[in-house]
Write a protein that binds this ligand. Structure first.
Ligand SMILES: *Cc1c(COP(=O)(O)O)cnc(C)c1O
Length: 394
């Protein structure tokens, strides 16, 4: 054969068998074939399990999907290009065969608001909002709106309210609605919403699951009833994760329980220290016995694990004092995102809640002196020392 042909085919498609790789490789192939065309036909017809085209399924993605589905105790999962793509798919799966209406929590990730109000509502989806930590208001809103889907976050950002997922699942069941839970902040180590009666669980893989600040991805874990609709949406809309990101995420998830235990312990230590610090007016962290959701925390969160995000208000500070404090940090990274191995701070007024009017922010309790820390796996003394020297200048 000529060099042009050998350049394309020689050495390719070599099977490693009978050797078994100890970890799932990156399957970068976009399509697959079989010994016989007959077999490929059966796979296209979905009469036989297998791969034909990577938008339909990819072995690296399938490994990650099985992994996260196992952690969340689901029927199966769909790995998506980002957390937002995953939320989009989860909402569409929830609304398949149901009236087009969503009742969502008032405290949601900023882009999730935009997904509801700028993408879904213009397509005819009715979107209403309620404080899901207010039991009577939520029950009343469900009666009034008759939603097809209830959308909540397990732990809210940045004030760390904890949603009563078990009660919300009961309400949703009574109304025939699907409960969709964004479990990004809690991770399956703290809460597994499907076990509490949710139908679909979403993660931004970008955060704790990948955990190293090098992946953008999302995943939806489904119960039995919504699984086929979810997979069909993945095949058709194509917002699926790339195999390299799947590989990196799997590598990350292997240490998720270890990282999360350490990060939760570090966060708890820092919250206790910040509460005693004279420059701190208020600390938001779910281990507080006076936390507004203390009862839910006691019922749903495991002993000693309260998440790894701490928010605090700096006494008498405004925008310029907070920005100066961020500039004084030497170890803690002042970057958007959370859940990474390194500690990060974020100023909600500048980033995540920038688009919200100051008046509305005030009503939400997000003040100009509020800073959010995503606590990493470093030695907690070093994180504390960095905060201490930065606070000393205030
Ligand atoms: C980051 C985040 C998202 C969006 O995820 P991306 O991967 O950035 O698309 C959604 N929900 C929560 C709670 C998040 O923290």
């Amino acid at each position: 054969m000529k060099i042009h042909t050998r350049a394309v085919h020689a050495g390719d498609r070599k099977k490693p068998a009978p050797a078994i790789p100890v970890t799932t490789p990156v399957y970068a192939a976009s399509s697959y074939f079989y010994e016989t065309a007959e077999e490929l036909d059966r796979i296209f017809a979905r009469e036989q399990e297998g791969y034909c085209y990577s938008r339909y399924g990819n072995p690296t993605n399938a490994a990650l999907e099985e992994l996260v589905s196992s952690l969340e105790n689901g029927r199966g999962a769909l790995a998506c290009a980002s957390g937002m793509a995953a939320l989009h798919m989860a909402l569409l799966a929830a609304l398949t065969d149901r009236p087009k209406s969503v009742l969502a929590a008032t405290s949601l990730y900023g882009a999730t608001f935009n997904l509801l109000l700028q993408v879904l509502e213009p397509l005819g989806v009715n979107c209403q909002f309620v404080d899901v930590c207010d039991a009577s208001a939520t029950a009343e809103a469900v009666r009034r709106c008759r939603p097809a889907c209830l959308l909540v976050e397990t732990i809210s950002n940045p004030l760390l309210r904890v949603a009563p997922l078990d009660r919300l699942a009961e309400l949703a069941r009574g109304a025939g609605a699907a409960l969709v839970v964004d479990n990004t902040f809690a991770t399956p180590l703290l809460v597994r919403p499907l076990e509490l009666g949710a139908q679909l669980v979403v993660h931004s893989l970008t955060k704790y699951l990948a955990g190293h600040g090098d992946v953008l991805g999302g995943i939806v874990v489904s119960d039995e009833a919504h699984y086929e609709a979810l997979r069909a949406l993945g095949r058709t809309s194509g917002a699926v994760l790339g195999p390299f990101e799947s590989y990196l995420t799997m590598r990350g998830v292997k240490t998720l329980p270890l990282r999360m235990e350490r990060q939760c312990a570090n966060a708890r230590h820092l919250a206790a220290w910040l509460r005693r610090h004279p420059r701190i007016e208020r600390v938001h962290f779910p281990d507080d016995p006076n936390h507004p959701d203390a009862e839910t925390v006691g019922r749903l969160l495991p002993e000693g694990l309260f998440g790894a995000i701490v928010s605090f208000e700096l006494r008498g500070a405004g925008r310029s004092e907070i920005l100066a404090l961020m500039d004084r940090l030497k170890l803690i990274v002042p970057a958007t995102s959370l859940g990474d191995v390194h500690t990060m701070v974020l100023y909600p007024v500048m980033s995540s809640h920038r688009e919200i009017s100051p008046k509305q922010r005030e009503r939400m309790g997000i003040r100009d002196n509020l800073l959010r820390i995503s606590v990493g796996i470093e030695a907690v003394e070093d994180i504390q020392a960095d905060l201490e020297q930065a606070l000393a200048g205030t």
